[in-house]
Design a protein around this ligand. Structure first.
Ligand code: ARG
Length: 458
């Protein structure tokens, strides 16, 4: 049997190096179940339209199921060009010429577009589930650590006291947007390209809507030339993956910093760290470092496909075969990264004492002191200036604002009263921020129960 589906007009044997270079089975075998699922729907439609007989169709359908079982076991004949050719040839192998009828009214161009759409749709479902798991873990962690305070940073300089739960829920929000981006991507993914054939559509009387229904697509493509050459939906997915990885990378970076002796905010369990082959004392945060670096790899996949697509005239071009490895690699990387990060988050513990000590040093309540002065009738700009001077004064004496005597303070502004000390307590600073979206305990409690509701957690 010829290993090709297109030998007829060729006189010469394909050059061996080209054969290897051109072949995609090595990676597109991952599409086997989508390819078979799509073929079955196409076959049922051909039968309904009278293009295949019922007997022919049931023979084909039965054989496709057998082929799938074999492929489920990892059996693939690697000598074929791509997964579409392999499935078709295996079909003909099993049932003879009837199998050759399956490709009626279809091209590999619309077939591969279909397979990739089904694959991306499945991937979105899995990634969304993993994002939800991670959100659940973050919400659990935020609930477990309610009342823990730490410095919030800007420029990685201590800025203002915040609740740890508030800090953790910031990542919850990022993941929420990641899920929204995927859901939005899905709308454009879930469109049936089959029926576009090579590029111009088909001469057969196809029922495209039936195929769309059978495969769970929301719509059918509107233009055959666009349908076979559109990879925007893959780019959408790669972009959503890139942003998602960027979020995981930021969290990773934060944990790397927090795990240093200098910060010492977080305890990383041994099970999630590795050691050094020379320095016996070392315990390294490799997991987070890998997530950080793999983010670059996922960006690279987006850039690779954007670049592959940018010079392509309509319609299908073989360049588009290069969509698969970046896609598969990103799906795998994103899934693995989400799994390890979620497991890690489920196992870490925070050093509340160190966090609290950090809050008490570095003038984190200075903004609140300025707000206090505004409450006493001083304009904000004046208040800012006064508190700036007070910070400088305290710095010189190696004191915190709360350590200054009332007499000292009054020297800067007569409006300051004894109530300033209670005002400068970090917890009171936090709890004055109970506006929606703020770090106040009541706000965070509301945010937490909203988050639990959103992800259907208890
Ligand atoms: N392996 C090909 C791809 O991934 C399948 C489509 C081939 N079409 C063609 N006209 N050669 O794009």
């Amino acid at each position: 049997m010829s290993q090709k589906t297109w030998g007829g007009r060729f006189k010469e044997k394909t050059d061996e190096a080209l054969e290897r270079f051109n072949a995609s089975l090595r990676f597109d075998r991952r599409l086997y179940s989508q390819d078979i699922e799509g073929s079955k729907a196409h076959c049922r439609m051909l039968a309904k339209q009278g293009i295949l007989t019922k007997t022919e169709a049931s023979k084909i359908l039965r054989a496709l199921d057998e082929i799938r079982k074999e492929m489920d076991r990892g059996v693939f004949d690697e000598t074929f060009e791509d997964i579409h050719t392999l499935v078709e040839k295996s079909l003909v192998d099993r049932i003879g010429p009837v199998g050759e009828k399956l490709h009626t009214a279809r091209s590999r161009n619309d077939q591969v577009a279909l397979d990739v759409r089904l694959y991306v749709r499945d991937a979105i479902g899995r990634v969304d589930g993993l994002l939800r798991d991670m959100q659940g873990t973050l919400v659990g962690l935020a609930g477990k650590n309610s009342g823990v305070i730490l410095p919030g940073y800007t420029h990685l300089q201590r800025a203002q006291p915040v609740l740890l739960s508030h800090h953790l829920l910031a990542y919850y929000e990022m993941l929420k947007r990641d899920r929204q981006r995927l859901a939005d991507t899905l709308k454009r993914v879930n469109v049936l390209p089959l029926g576009s054939a090579a590029l111009a559509g088909s001469t057969f009387d196809l029922d495209r809507k039936m195929v769309a229904r059978e495969l769970g697509f929301d719509a059918i493509s509107e233009n055959s030339m666009d349908a076979v050459s559109d990879r925007d939906f893959v780019l959408d997915f790669l972009f959503a993956s890139s942003v998602l990885m960027m979020h995981l990378s930021r969290l990773s970076e934060e944990l790397v910093i927090w795990a240093t002796k200098e910060f010492d905010f977080v305890f990383l369990p041994d099970a999630f760290c590795t050691g050094s082959s020379i320095m016996p004392q070392k315990k390294n945060p490799d997991l987070m470092e890998l997530v950080r670096a793999k983010t670059g790899r996922v960006y690279g996949n987006l850039t690779a496909l954007l670049t592959a697509m940018k010079g392509l005239p309509l319609a299908y071009n073989k360049d588009m075969q290069e969509d698969k490895e970046p896609l598969f690699d990103s799906v795998e990387t994103v899934e693995q990264s989400l799994v390890v990060m979620t497991r890690l988050l489920g196992a870490i513990a925070f050093n509340r004492k160190r966090m609290r000590e950090a809050v008490d040093q570095g003038y984190l309540t200075a903004t609140d002191l300025a707000d206090y002065l505004v409450g006493k009738g001083v304009t904000f700009r004046q208040a800012h200036e006064i508190v700036g001077k007070m910070v400088l004064y305290a710095l010189d004496r190696k004191k915190e604002l709360i350590d200054l005597t009332l007499k000292d303070m009054k020297g800067f502004c007569g409006a300051i009263e004894k109530d300033v000390y209670a005002w400068l307590d970090p917890l009171s600073c936090i709890d004055r921020r109970n506006l929606p979206g703020g770090t106040g305990s009541a706000s965070v409690k509301r945010a937490l129960s909203k988050a639990r509701k959103e992800i259907g957690a208890k």
